[in-house]
Design a protein around this ligand. Structure first.
Ligand SMILES: [Zn+2]
Length: 130
């Protein structure tokens, strides 16, 4: 499931997983003091440090994903017609996970055709309403 996400969604997912891991480690570390007393303090310290690093890492990933999403190419998905963002030359739709590509060798629709379709929808009033 993690690997067939849109890249921005995957970054967010990893950020969330790291936050949960960090919080889990901090909770476990604190629990270590309660259950093992003095011996648990070393375990708690390690847990807190790793937990903190993990949470800072996840913050970095969130920040990075935010930066990336502002520079990401925004386009309408040809499959589900929702506005999605893609990173790099090939990415998946954030909603239906259709693989989108800018590489003409891999595409079954040329960029010109895609652009024409997008411009057509943007400029003209479509007869059917959503
Ligand atoms: Zn889609």
């Amino acid at each position: 499931m993690i690997f067939n996400q849109a890249k921005i969604n995957a970054f967010r997912l990893w950020g969330l997983l790291l936050t949960m891991l960090g919080m889990g480690l901090m909770v476990l570390g604190t629990a270590g003091i309660v259950f093992w007393g003095h011996a648990g303090k070393v375990f708690a310290a390690i847990g807190l440090v790793i937990g903190l690093i993990s949470m800072m890492g996840s913050l970095g990933i969130y920040f990075w994903a935010g930066m990336l999403s502002t520079s990401a190419l925004q386009l309408e998905c040809p499959e589900c017609h929702k506005l999605t963002k893609m990173l790099g030359k090939t990415d998946r739709c954030m909603f239906c996970r259709t693989i989108l590509t800018l590489d003409p060798n891999q595409a079954n629709m040329t960029p010109e055709e895609l652009q024409a379709a997008q411009q057509g929808q943007g400029a003209q009033a479509t007869p059917h309403h959503h």
